[in-house]
Design a protein around this ligand. Structure first.
Ligand SMILES: *Cc1c(COP(=O)(O)O)cnc(C)c1O
Length: 485
């Protein structure tokens, strides 16, 4: 299997090289040259299914290698409640992707990606250590730290906006430990962090200093093929669970509803559909930052609009990087036209989408108040707690069904544990949380829902925090150099 750049600016490469490079050096994302057919296999365990599907795409990894990588990544002790269970809640199904070490769906990819990356480095004959830089608005940082912690041949540095993450998220990151991890708070917002990290990646002089110290930059962000391909697996696994429970008929088409930010998760669903998963519609759910809703429904991608901070911060994003891979398909894999569209986005802030086969997608958005209503209603009717991101998806699905009368069954992709966002969840349920400390909010949620506080959070208050290292926006380079000694 070869991988092509969406901007036709790089020769086709194998999977290991695509994962090691992250993206084509001149911009452009790697996409597989074809989508192999695959039929749902309800009899397979998550690990077995992952091996089958990854082998189709990562054919320069040996079967033994994939077997070892998969079984280490999706171990029972990392996913104590199962890897990706599906629950029936009323007439809808919840695909719970948050049973990993950090309670967010990012674990599904970031538990396996470091292993795929270090194997790729070996295959490509790289002898340097990989220095992974991550800018995070909260969830990715902790998931990357957990994924790379103590992985030989790697170091990982995470930069988060000082006042832009929740207290729980900050404490999660500062209690990681590990001999190869570093966490920095940056005075600024997420965009400042992201821009500063991009500058480091582009800094030739810094790159040379790293080389001399035996290191090389790498990235773990969601445009890397090594993060995208593992996400295809859980859509097939979820469909298998629906069949096994006889909740759907064989070959029955379903709607898949995905709370969306960078467009990685929903793109994996799109790829699964291309491989043969019976999908009727992919509902792309956004919060008030609804660029994608307009892009899908009005066929213009326009980032020139205000940026809102919402209760679903992991979806607060105006440029969804993985959307480029969809545009590449819509342009019949014409790299020149894809490149033109994205240079238009960079230069003018917008571009027009070809009026073609967006038919599989439908876009919808829900603001904080609408999502809170869905959260409260779901709890009142089914005693099931949604997190604020998944609540956006639930609201969008409900509005879509009312608007269209589409009666296909819905699989709602649940991307975070509600316990990760206790303030927003309790407020949505009408509780006054202003006087409660976070520990007490968690206890209150536990009492209301009858669920224990997840073990991943109970220790947080007691564990020692690494000292908080705060950087000015201009100090990231210095911080990296100090690490080299
Ligand atoms: C990252 C994230 C999303 C958005 O996923 P994308 O793949 O970036 O679209 C949604 N919900 C949660 C909780 C997340 O952490």
């Amino acid at each position: 299997m070869k991988y092509l750049s969406t901007r036709s600016n790089h020769q086709p490469v194998g999977a290991a090289e695509a994962i090691l490079l992250g993206m084509a050096p001149g911009g452009g994302l790697f996409v597989p040259e074809s989508f192999p057919a695959f039929a749902p296999r309800p009899e397979l365990s998550y690990q077995e299914l992952a091996r089958e599907i990854l082998a189709l795409y990562l054919d320069d990894y040996s079967a033994a290698e994939l077997e070892q990588i998969v079984s280490q990544s999706y171990r029972a002790d990392n996913f104590p409640a199962g890897v990706a269970p599906v629950r029936k809640v009323g007439e809808r199904f919840m695909l719970e992707l948050w049973h990993g070490p950090t309670l967010a769906f990012k674990d599904m990819a970031l538990q396996i990606m470091p292993r795929l990356l270090t194997a790729a480095a070996r295959k490509c004959g790289l002898r340097r250590e990989l220095l992974i830089l991550v800018a995070t608005s909260g969830d990715t940082g902790k998931a990357a730290l957990e994924g790379f912690k103590d992985v030989p041949g790697t170091r990982v540095l995470v930069f988060y906006p000082k006042d832009g993450v929740s207290a729980i998220q900050e404490r999660q990151m500062l209690t990681t430990g590990g001999g190869n991890t570093g966490v920095f708070a940056v005075k600024g917002n997420f965009d400042d962090c992201q821009r500063a990290v991009k500058e480091l990646f582009a800094d030739e002089e810094l790159k040379q200093s790293l080389y001399k110290a035996g290191l090389q930059f790498s990235s773990a962000n969601s445009i890397n093929w090594g993060r995208l391909v593992p996400q295809i697996v859980y859509y097939f696994h979820a469909y298998g669970q629906l069949l096994r429970n006889q909740w759907i008929e064989p070959e029955e088409k379903i709607n898949v509803v995905v709370p969306t930010g960078n467009f990685g998760n929903i793109l994996a669903a799109c790829y699964a559909a291309r491989m043969g998963l019976p999908v009727n519609k992919l509902l792309c759910a956004s919060n008030s930052n609804n660029v994608l809703t307009d892009a899908i429904n009005e066929l213009t991608y326009d980032r020139r609009r205000p940026f809102y901070r919402t209760d679903s911060p992991s979806m607060d994003i105006l440029v969804s990087s993985n959307f480029e891979r969809l545009i590449f398909e819509l342009y019949d894999r014409d790299g020149g036209r894809t490149a033109a569209a994205f240079s238009g986005l960079e230069k003018d802030g917008w571009f027009k989408i070809p009026p073609a086969v967006l038919g599989l997608f439908s876009g919808g958005c829900a603001g904080d108040a609408r999502a809170a209503r869905a959260l409260a209603e779901t709890f009142r009717t089914h005693a099931y707690l949604l997190d604020p991101h998944t609540a956006v998806a639930a609201a969008v699905e409900e509005d879509y069904r009312e608007r269209t009368g589409d009666a296909h069954r819905a699989l709602i992709v649940s991307t975070a544990s509600p316990f990760k966002f206790p303030g927003a969840v309790l407020s949505a349920l009408g509780e006054d949380v202003s006087a409660l400390r976070e520990e007490d909010q968690l206890a209150r949620m536990s009492a209301l829902s009858g669920l224990p506080v997840p073990p991943q959070l109970t220790g947080l208050g007691k564990e020692a925090l690494s000292p908080l290292k705060v950087l000015e926006k201009g100090q990231l380079r210095q911080a990296v150099l100090e690490l080299l000694g």
